[in-house]
Design a protein around this ligand. Sequence first.
Ligand code: GLP
Length: 248
Amino acid sequence: MKIIEVKDYNEMSKKAAEYMLNKIKSSTQLNLGLATGGTPKGVYEELIADYRLHQTSYTHVKTFNLDEYIGLKKDDSNSYFHYMNEHLFKHIDISLDQTHIPLGTNENTQAECEEYENKIINAGGIDLQILGIGANGHIGFNEPGTSFQSRTHVVDLAASTREANARFFDRLEDVPKQAITMGIQTIFQSREILLLASGKAKQQAMAELFRGEVTESFPASILNQHPHTIVIADEEALQGVKKTTNSI
Ligand code: GLP
């Protein structure tokens, strides 16, 4: 794992977007793994700004999102489908059939999970996965205790995750109790991973991640074994992290 320490959220977003744009411009085919939540919003704003300025094309890009809430319709303002459209897809030249997000309204959730996993495999796997991190170390919606071998699956959301995400909903009771998420193994098989973290709320998670112990009780810790993971984090998130020789 390498760390790129940046000043603040703004710089984190710019660095991550720059990294992604280099890949997008230098490849003829690219499978991008995308994340939702507060963390990547700034990155998407940067990509949109770049598109307006330089018309960087996404016609050769396929996207695969990490997760989706179970039970929310696509047009629900809290679905990740809606989030991705609003925050990225509708602003760039990507056709919606190149974009993939698990369907939270498929009544056969098991079939949906299998189909999603197969879509990723059939596309040739993910080249570059963007990740945020939960305060409890979750990646995607893989809560502590999830098997490192897991593939796309249904999860019961931790109370702390529902509380953290309640800020996007009117009431805590409205936050779905379940989600579909790529598994930890699905994420781990991405060729490259960019993990983003900003602010005080991520301090403990960063300290735990860089302690280096690899344990299923802290899902993101598996990234310590990933050959091409870069963490882009700001000063505040990295307070309390002992920088190693791997820092760049
Ligand atoms: C959410 C998402 C994750 C995200 C994480 C952090 O629950 N499922 O993909 O990375 O929690 O969210 P945020 O970026 O809003 O802090």
